[in-house]
Structure formats: C-alpha cells, structure tokens
Design a protein around this ligand. Structure first.
Ligand SMILES: Cc1cc2nc3c(=O)[nH]c(=O)nc-3n(C[C@H](O)[C@H](O)[C@H](O)COP(=O)(O)O)c2cc1C
Length: 420
C-alpha cells in the first residue's frame, strides 16, 4: 500500500502557487512536445500570459541517467513564464524522484507527471509510460509518491486521459486522487481516441469527476482540456461544467496573443468576411473616428504580426542553434501565424519561402519582401533583433548559456515587447 506523502510534500503546501490562483477558471498553457518549447513560451509570456505554463515533457529516465545536459537545455525557461510547471514522463519511480529534484533545483514552481501521452513509442511495453500508466494504477501511485518526495516543497500535479480503450474514470481516477495531487488535468479523451474524436465535454464525465474529487481529495484542482478554441469558449465550458481551470494546447499555435481576448487581428478587406470580433473592432474604430469612446480592443496589425513572428524566429534561433535546424521548429506555427492574413492572398508562397529559411536574417528578408509587395511598411530588422535579444537575455535561466550571455550590440534602451 502506497502512502501519499502529500502531508509533507504535496498539495497541502499552502504556499503552493496553485493555492494562490484565485481566478476561476484559470487558464493553463498545455505541455506540447516540440511546440510549447522555450521560444514559444517566452513569446506567450511576454505578450499574453496564461495563469499557469507547462514545459513540454521531458524524459525522467533521460534526466536521471541519460543525456542530462541536453535535457536540462529543454528545461530552460524565462522568468516571466512563472508559475511554470516541469512535466516528466517515464515509468521508474526513482527517476521521477531525481527529475522532480532537478526541477526544484532549476527553480520551477511545480512538477507534473504525464500519464496521458498516447504515442506508440512512449506507451510501448519497453517504455510503459504516458497513457500506459492508466493500466498500471499501483505503479502510477508509486510514481506520484516518489515525485512528491523529490519535489520537496513544490506541488505535484498529474495530467492524464479519461481511460485507455474506453472511458473508465471510476476505475482510474480514484487512484490518482488518493495521492492528493495539487491539480489533476484531464485531457477529455481516451488513449485509443488519440485526438481523432471531439473531447468529451460531457456532464456524464465531468459531474462524476468533480464528485470523486469532492469525496476523495477536495483540495485537488480539476482542469479540463481538449478542443478549447478561445478564451470565450473556455469560459463557457467552465460555466457549464464547473471545472476549476481550462488547459489550452493547439489553439496557441502561431498565436502568442491567445490568452488575452482583447487582441483582435486587423481585418483586411477581401473575399473573406470579418470574424465577429473583427466586426466589433471595426464598429469601435468607426465610433472612435466619429468622436465616440476610444477603441478598447488591441488591434494586431499586419506589421505587428510579422514583427512578433520575427521576434519568435530570433529567439528560436538563439536557443536552438546547437540542437536543430532552428527554423524547422517554426514550421508548425507558419500557417497559424498567417491564417488571419488570408485576404492578402498568396500567403502560401510566403509560407513556402519561410520554410526554406535557415536563419532569422533570411526570415527578415522574406518578411520584408512580402510587406513591401503589399504596400506595407517594412520592418527594421536590426533594431528588432537588438531589442529582442537585449530584452530577453537577462530573463532567461542561467542553464541557457547561449541566451543568458547575450551582450546587446548597442546600448539600445529596453523597449516594451508590444508596439500596438
Ligand atoms: C504536438 C503536441 C505535443 C504534445 N505533447 C504533450 C506533452 O509533452 N505532454 C502532455 O501531457 N501532452 C502533450 N500533448 C497533448 C496536449 O497537452 C493536449 O492535451 C492536447 O493537445 C489536447 O488539447 P488541445 O485540444 O487544446 O490541443 C501534445 C499535443 C500536441 C498536439
């Protein structure tokens, strides 16, 4: 029988950041391997910050016995991301204990255990990690206990799915709740469903989850996850289902503005109609032009969109130079960054040209050629690069030496990230 160590280490810690989240629902940025990486998280933190941020998952085995230095680079973060949670996957309790201690040493605010990844590699009998733990509840409990020990004063949370082949919350979730995690995030699909069906935002599921939580571990926060498209959508789901928090993943692709619903993309006249939010913004602009109240939305102009994209590329290049072809990591964001520009036409060729770039210098040339061809103001790349690095450098953890040691090329003053 495994005893929860939470009395000493876990959710009872009232100084835990989870206890300080007064806002309901709170919004968290989902862990997404190769996506919610250091550069995207930095961009989001500096533009529109969620209430909680998760790092992409890291192998507990790798941290404990493998290429630790490289993985610690994956755990690199910047101060504005706080509260920040490190997520680990694996199946060996001892390695979770070590990994949690590493997260504590690195200054993370919490530790999360991945019990939901459906990837064949992670779930395979050899790894037996991620969603495979849904079928090994005793091991799952051992892992939580070991993580709570290694995490010390840091709160430990769990992210999982609602079943393996079918919905089995009554069999699976009590095991987790008995360990009193500070937070339980539920991706509302089974492992078998991957992301191929709509998430089960259903009373049958969530009413029962909240009932079990109230009975077994009333202090555990419940977060719902899956298919949340906007802040408004998240608020409605909170209202209907009563979860404490909402986690958002894919909707942030190429959209570091996501967590502030007051940001609205500039509407470009063309074949596509404005979205409801763009219509509201157009109305506000017209009213303001006629002496009415000032516009309350923050318009994301085309130039601003490209400037932020360029900043993202610069940070990305600075962080990942030694690990990847840095621009490849930006590919996943291209479509999303530029989808609000569909009316400008020929953005497909822009994306193609960007995909061929290997440096941020090249990205800047492509971006400026595009802006000029659309009679838009080109960007001052040198200034943007100087400001971006100057501003970012002191904010990063020392375990990211490439970023931490950047010296600004000139004594340019600190500028704010947004110029809206
Ligand atoms: C590219 C990608 C990578 C992911 N990596 C992780 C991960 O490292 N850890 C994790 O717990 N979930 C991971 N997930 C799952 C997400 O955290 C989230 O549960 C899922 O995308 C559903 O939320 P959404 O509909 O808001 O995207 C990943 C999802 C995607 C699309």
């Amino acid at each position: 029988m495994i005893r929860s160590t939470q009395k000493i280490f876990g959710s009872n810690n009232t100084s835990s950041f989870w206890n300080k989240l007064k806002k309901k629902p709170f919004f968290s940025l989902a862990p997404m391997a190769e996506v919610s990486d250091t550069s995207l998280r930095y961009m989001i933190a500096s533009i529109a910050k969620p209430d909680v941020t998760y790092n992409e998952f890291v192998s507990a085995d790798g941290i404990s016995v493998g290429n630790r230095d490289k993985l610690v680079q994956t755990l690199c973060y910047s101060e504005p991301e706080r509260p920040l949670v490190a997520q680990f996957f694996g199946c060996k309790p001892d390695n979770f204990r070590v990994s949690a201690a590493v997260a504590r040493e690195l200054g993370y605010d919490g530790v999360d255990i991945n019990m939901g990844c459906p990837s064949r590699k992670v779930v395979s009998p050899k790894q037996a990690s991620g969603a495979a733990l849904i079928n090994s509840p005793d091991l799952a409990k051992e892992i939580i206990a070991a993580t709570q020990e290694g995490a010390g004063h840091l709160p430990v949370s769990v992210k999982t799915r609602i079943g393996f082949d079918e919905i089995e919350i009554d069999r699976w979730l009590p095991n987790i709740l008995e360990m009193k995690p500070a937070c339980l995030t539920l991706h509302l699909r089974t492992k078998k469903e991957l992301s191929l069906v709509p998430a089960h935002w259903e009373h049958e599921v969530l009413d029962r989850v909240l009932e079990m939580r109230d009975q077994i571990s009333p202090d555990t926060l419940i977060v719902g996850n899956g298919d949340v498209e906007s802040i408004q959508d998240g608020l409605l789901k909170h209202q209907e289902f009563g979860v404490d928090g909402i986690m958002v993943g894919r909707a942030v692709y190429g959209n570091p503005w996501f967590f502030d619903p007051m940001f609205v993309p500039e509407y470009i006249p063309g074949p596509l109609d404005p979205t409801p939010m763009q219509l509201l913004l157009l109305d506000q602009k017209e009213c303001a032009a006629n002496g009415g109240p000032p516009v309350s939305f923050k318009e994301i102009s085309v130039e601003e969109r490209f400037r932020v994209f360029l900043q993202h590329a610069i940070i990305n290049e600075q962080i990942y130079t030694y690990h990847y072809k840095p621009m490849i990591k930006m590919n996943i964001h291209f479509s999303a960054y530029f989808s609000p520009l569909a009316n400008l036409q020929h953005t497909a060729s822009l994306k193609k040209a960007l995909a061929a770039c290997t440096t941020s210098d090249e990205v800047a040339i492509v971006v400026n050629n595009f802006l000029i061809s659309r009679n838009r103001q080109p960007l001052d790349y040198d200034q943007i690069k100087r400001d971006t690095l100057y501003q970012a450098s002191p904010l990063f953890l020392k375990s990211c030496p490439d970023l931490h040691n950047i010296k600004p090329a000139s004594n340019s003053p600190l500028t704010t990230t947004m110029h809206i």
